[in-house]
Design a binder for this molecule. Sequence first.
Ligand code: UDX
Ligand code: UDX
Ligand code: ADP
Length: 480
Amino acid sequence: MVKICCIGAGYVGGPTMAVIALKCPSIEVAVVDISAARIAAWNSDQLPIYEPGLDEIVKQCRGKNLFFSTAVEKHVSEADIIFVSVNTPTKTQGLGAGKAADLTYWESAARMIADVSKSNKIVVEKSTVPVKTAEAIEKILTHNSKGIKYQILSNPEFLAEGTAIEDLFSPDRVLIGGRETPDGQKATQALKEVYAHWVPEDRIITTNLWSAELSKLAANAFLAQRISSVNAMSALCEATGANISEVAHAVGKDTRIGPKFLNASVGFGGSCFQKDILNLVYICECNGLTEVANYWKQVIKVNDYQKNRFVNRVVSSMFNTVSGKKIAILGFAFKKDTGDTRETPAIDVCKGLLGDKAQLSIYDLQVTEDQIKRDLSMKKFDWDHPIHLQPMSPAAVKEVSVVWDAYEATKGAHGICILTEWDEFKTLDYKKIFDNMQKPAFLFDGRNVVDVEKLREIGFIVYSIGKPLDAWLKDMPAMA
Ligand code: UDX
Ligand code: UDX
Ligand code: ADP
């Protein structure tokens, strides 16, 4: 029986291993983590992450061929294939601060593997790590090998949160990078056989190590660039009276461009896009490619601009001040169908409004109060450290209350900001909400989820990203 161990029971490791266990009954999968609380949650009815369809799979496999454990060393020493999907935060100090990946957790995982291994291992890089990490890890392992052979593979994960299970069941592609030596090819083949249990052969791409690592950064950079492109257009639409939905639809009909991933928004978030682009920029700079670095930096600049623009629009519309005003925040997660808040645009928008002394009442379907308060009190880049290393009792943010109902959040509010595209926000009783708000009642839709015309009929002053502006908003131009 093949044994797999995955180090890191997070958003990537958890769902990926659950699907491998489901699809490969002949493989025993152990997911290990240094966080006892996280492992306890994986072994409970309340999984540590919310992902549609995940509960059922975990219930079906747990205790049979899927195990969650803190016995990291035991499972690593027994495994044939070790996936590493630990945190790779952005460095906050020293060389490459604010851009380069901090490989502390990766390095400590690699040294632990070298310490406890007694048989040959295939070590698979699963977390996104910058190009040439595999080489560094290979060096740590081979210099501490005690005669044991290690093969390093890069197998980047392309799943998106909220659709992780679907993405894992039928991936566009599985990418495996390995050494072009006979042993490297054998290791690649062994991993390929795992995926071949359910993924058609023609969707499993094999490349060399560096191409696989770079492809992951490139794919995320291209995706983020599409969003910054459509968001840049949304600003021009607002300034000129065009409608971004119509423009995006027309543009996406070109089969060379395609219709997906063209929704204008308050900005992209998530644990990957910004971090991966920053890594890409750092690698370009290290290789003297200043123009290329600047090109990709602009994707992040436009994203920051979009978030700022939204905050400015809110404040300027409401007579240039939100001081002391209750603003309802609907949605805090970085996208719908997840409880994940990593790099969510809601953090920047809320901080911007708090900077103008607003009183926020926040409602999200999945994010806990503790998480929201932690996010609003954390420093930039500090989010991506293991949970137990983050502030235990987040500093109280007294201007923020977190409630469990959209009607409660909006009661008595001057304005509403929709920051996540949860389906629920499409079908709220906006008449009832309007009746309970201060007047004039403002609604700022950062995700294009509401029917603008209907809301205007009710009496709202509505702003929706990239849509023709209300006469009111034209009279109150947002500062660029
Ligand atoms: C992304 C990649 O899609 C995935 O392949 C990779 O493995 C990890 O990074 P994820 O961050 O989970 O996945 O979600 P994604 O659906 O890509 O959304 C990222 C952000 O972009 C979200 O904040 C989302 O709301 C935003 N977005 C997405 C838009 O603003 N407009 C769009 O059209 C699409
Ligand atoms: C373009 C648009 O495609 C077309 O829709 C519009 O109506 C007019 O502008 P055209 O300039 O005739 O058409 O040719 P196109 O095939 O788009 O190529 C433009 C340039 O891009 C060429 O120099 C081509 O060699 C280059 N190109 C295209 C690349 O370098 N790489 C590619 O992958 C595609
Ligand atoms: P991702 O989104 O890439 O899955 P997460 O932050 O959700 O990232 O998960 C990473 C997990 O890795 C965390 O649960 C963290 O506790 C765990 N981790 C970090 N370092 C180690 C280590 N050396 N050994 C075991 N687990 C680790």
